[in-house]
Design a protein around this ligand. Structure first.
Ligand code: GAL
Length: 422
């Protein structure tokens, strides 16, 4: 067919427009076409955390070839820096396309503030409704709506040790009670090493939570967060005493400035015996090629699994909701969870994962997660709101410098009074 002059001009015009549209969709977020870039906001900037994120990014590249990952990570353990930046971006209506949030009370903060979208329909579309344990789904749900996709389950109450340092102090078996632990810390002290490496506020809160689990037991510990256990009880007083004694075995001069990786370095350098830290430490030690370590549940915690879960959300006003949905679908997929968790030290949130596909640490954790009693973590948002977490972090920091047990317990009581759900 021959085109008439006017029609030919029109066809050329349309092709030019289409070409221009294709061009601008290639060039990121500019122009009127759909954006390509997906800004993923985390605090996973280095070591094992970055390795985990990289695993997820490679799965995203396969699943979502039309979109480009943009790394919005801000370094600092437990989001100590990232969360402040995120809060100010959300206030200014400048959200990233997605951000990490802990399942439980921390996520509820964002839901109640109206900052994130309901993903219930996506759960149905992607077949996620039965992919995760019911208890976890409950922690992602408010008023029947599900707001985030969990990437993993981490364990908080793990004690890591330098094998050579422990053997040098004559410790051949890890203690299972607080008393046994104090005896071992004494042996390490006699060898001139730091018995227990510790970092700042949130890592101190983690250590204190582990002591609370030992002294109160799992059920009463959980009760601290739902109002059924009182913070002014004698059990809590005893836990503060035990925690105070533990502090005397730590790196006093540096603990209030150290991040968890600085404390971990004392273990790697053979300058400390033990460190209490979540199981992202397994991934980080592996990423740093340090193999001379062992791990055990914190002494006295017995069959208690203190859990937390990283999840990803779709913020209201995200620039690229379609790209974010593709990211979230990858996060929830079996392949995405495998790629992420083999490198992150955590275990898949999905119930259909094959344990044998994971490193030895995670294989053990997969078994423990199923068989042990689960309790939440305030330092990592599953137990308490961000306001409560901040108040406890400051109280621990203050106690680290003034050692005033009465003032600490009063601060704990006050924080519960202010932040616990009435
Ligand atoms: C937690 C987070 C973990 C790990 C850790 C240390 O809050 O859930 O994935 O990143 O902080 O930064």
């Amino acid at each position: 067919m021959r085109l008439t002059g006017r029609l030919a001009v029109a066809v050329v015009g349309v092709s030019a427009l289409l070409a221009a549209a294709a061009c601008s969709s290639d060039s990121g977020t500019s122009g009127s076409s759909a954006p390509k870039e997906v800004e993923v906001f985390t605090w996973w900037a280095d070591g094992g955390e970055k390795a985990g994120l990289d695993g997820l990014v490679s799965a995203f590249a396969t699943d979502c070839a039309n979109f480009t990952f943009v790394n919005g990570a801000i370094a600092g353990g437990a989001g100590s820096n990232a969360k402040q930046v995120l809060a100010s971006r959300l206030t200014q209506s400048d959200p990233p396309d997605t951000f990490q949030a802990h399942a439980g009370a921390e996520l509820t903060d964002y839901i109640n503030a109206g900052q994130i979208e309901d993903l219930s329909q996506e759960y149905k579309d992607w077949g996620l409704t039965n992919a995760f344990p019911k208890g976890l789904i409950d922690n992602l749900t408010v008023d029947g709506k599900i707001y985030s996709v969990p990437a993993n389950i981490h364990r908080a109450n793990v004690l890591w040790g330098n094998k050579t340092v422990l053997a040098g102090a004559g410790i051949t078996q890890n203690a299972t009670t607080l008393d046994g632990f104090f005896a071992d810390l004494e042996k390490l002290k006699a060898k001139g090493v730091t018995p227990l490496a510790l970092g700042k506020d949130w890592t101190q809160l983690m250590l204190f939570e582990s002591v609370l689990i030992s002294d109160l037991g799992a059920d009463k510990f959980t009760g601290l967060w739902n109002g059924t256990t009182k913070w002014d009880s004698a059990d809590v007083t005893k836990a503060i005493g035990d925690y105070s004694k533990l502090l005397s075995y730590t790196n006093k001069d540096t603990r209030d400035t150290f991040d968890w990786t600085d404390a971990e370095k004392l273990i790697m350098d053979g300058k400390a015996g033990y460190q209490l830290m979540g199981d992202w430490e397994a991934a980080d030690l592996d990423a740093k090629k340090f193999t001379d370590y062992n791990y055990t549940v914190f002494p006295g915690n017995g069959q208690t699994f203190q859990w937390l879960a990283d999840s990803f959300v779709l913020p209201k006003g995200a620039k690229n909701p379609e790209g974010t949905k593709c990211w979230l679908k990858t996060v929830g997929s079996a392949a995405g969870q495998q790629a992420f968790n083999t490198k992150k030290g955590s275990i898949p949130a999905r119930t259909d994962a094959t344990a044998s596909a994971f490193p030895a640490y995670q294989q053990a954790a997969i078994g423990d997660w199923k068989s042990q009693k689960q309790v939440p973590s305030c330092a990592h948002g599953s137990a308490c709101s961000q306001g409560w977490q901040g108040a406890l972090g400051s109280a621990m920091g203050k106690f680290s410098s003034d050692g005033n047990a009465t003032a600490l317990q009063a601060a704990l009581v006050a924080a519960a009074g202010q932040f616990a759900k009435k």
